[in-house]
Design a protein around this ligand. Structure first.
Ligand SMILES: [Zn+2]
Length: 100
C-alpha cells in the first residue's frame, strides 16, 4: 500500500549524515601556504582530484620520453650492481690467495 508523502517527510534533512564522507582518506599534498591538503583522496589513490589523483594524470607506464642513454634504466643499474659485486668478489679472492 502506498500513500502520498506529507510535508514533513518531503522536507530536506537539516543535518544530513556526513559521517562516511568525513571519514574518507584525505589527500595530504602540501599546499601553497604550507599546510596539507584536506580534500578527500580519489578512490583508490592517495591524492585528491587537484593533486595528481585525477583520471589520466601522471606519466604513462613505460614512458620513454626521458630516456636518453639508458644508463639509468632498471636493467642498467642492476647490471652495474652485479658487475661491481663480481669485481669485489674477484678482488677479495685475489687478496686471499696472495696472502699465502
Ligand atoms: Zn589535494
Amino acid at each position: 500500500m502506498t500513500r502520498a508523502l506529507d510535508d514533513d517527510e518531503r522536507a530536506i534533512d537539516p543535518q544530513p549524515d556526513t559521517g562516511p564522507m568525513m571519514a574518507a582518506p584525505r589527500c595530504g599534498a602540501r599546499t601553497r601556504n604550507g599546510t596539507s591538503c584536506r580534500a578527500p583522496a580519489v578512490a583508490g589513490k592517495r591524492r585528491c582530484r587537484m593533486h595528481g589523483g585525477a583520471i589520466g594524470s601522471g606519466a604513462p607506464r613505460g614512458n620513454q620520453n626521458a630516456l636518453r642513454s639508458g644508463r639509468y634504466t632498471r636493467e642498467a643499474i642492476a647490471a652495474r650492481r652485479e658487475m661491481n659485486r663480481l669485481l669485489r668478489e674477484a678482488y677479495a679472492t685475489l687478496r686471499a690467495i696472495s696472502e699465502f
